[in-house]
Design a protein around this ligand. Structure first.
Ligand SMILES: [Mn+2]
Length: 287
């Protein structure tokens, strides 16, 4: 893909690269040479994803968006804020544009030294849709994950198939109101930047709150463990995990991260949170 200036409106064809399977493939083009030839010791990250939008015939795409950019070793998730619907605005459009603009911004980054904050700033600057969105961009650079996060999407790093060695912090203004990039909302200066050392064999699970609010870390690990023991592909693992999140989201009595957070906020909403669900599973491997 060549780096084109971001346009206010994207053709459906381009959007199809991001939806329905959510994978914006940065195929071919400027960086076709193998990054194995760079002379640096590298780990590599391969990833797969699944997106289950909330059942809404009027908004079949839902409000989440994400990308997997294998060439740039970078993944991203975003969650358009649903509250905009009251004003007739589709928050999903903002999220989708933000993720497409992130993929475009990635093309301008130095090889192997993607700065996710810079990518987010550039994407934010070029996003013209109305609405707002959370965002999380994660890149592998050498043996480090570098990430930037705004709001309540996020990721965790799982080692040896059982230890959650890192979990990204979430940012909320108040219960169920995440920090969000957008018009008259937060801007990338509110973002948290993270750096996490990773090893071959580590698994990264990234997602929107549709995943994180409906599954405890222990359930995510258990879901992965089942997938690993059954030697499932990452795509199947992601599907399996998203289905558990979906099941929990419809459970009106389950003790979910959402219900626990709601209790802490004095709202006492039981059960899961019906929402769009995005899951990206990435595996760190020796290159
Ligand atoms: Mn959500």
């Amino acid at each position: 893909m060549t780096a084109e200036p971001a346009k206010p409106h994207f053709s459906d064809r381009f959007l199809d690269n991001v939806y329905p399977n959510g994978t914006a493939a940065a195929a071919g083009g400027r960086r076709s040479e193998s990054w194995k030839n760079s002379g640096t010791v590298f780990l590599k990250m391969s990833a797969a994803s699944i997106y289950i939008p909330k059942d809404n015939p009027e908004k079949p795409r839902g409000e989440d968006a994400h990308f997997i950019c294998t060439e740039e070793q970078t993944i991203g998730v975003a969650d358009g804020v649903g509250g905009w619907a009251k004003a007739g605005i589709d928050g999903g459009e903002y999220a989708r544009q933000l993720m497409i603009n992130s993929v475009l911004a990635l093309q301008k980054e130095p090889r192997f030294r993607v700065n996710p904050k810079r990518v987010l700033e550039e994407a934010f600057k070029n996003t013209t849709a109305q609405g707002s969105s959370t965002a999380c961009i994660i890149t592998l650079s050498g043996d480090k994950l570098r990430a930037v996060n705004v709001g309540d999407s996020g990721f965790m790093v799982i080692r040896n198939g059982e230890d959650v060695v890192y979990r990204s912090p979430t940012q909320q203004h108040y219960f169920n109101c995440p920090y969000q990039l957008g018009n008259k909302k937060d801007n990338p200066s509110a973002a948290v930047e993270m750096e996490v050392r990773v090893e071959a064999g580590d698994v990264i699970v990234a997602g929107t709150d549709g995943l994180m609010d409906n599954m405890h870390a222990s359930e995510i690990v258990e879901s992965l463990r089942r997938g690993v023991s059954e030697k499932e592909s990452m795509r199947k693992q992601a599907c399996y995990m998203a289905n558990v999140a979906l099941y929990n989201s419809f459970d009106r009595y389950a003790d979910t991260p959402f219900s626990i957070a709601s209790r802490k906020a004095g709202r006492c909403r039981r059960g899961g949170k019906v929402d769009d669900i995005t899951v990206i599973i990435a595996r760190i491997e020796d290159s």
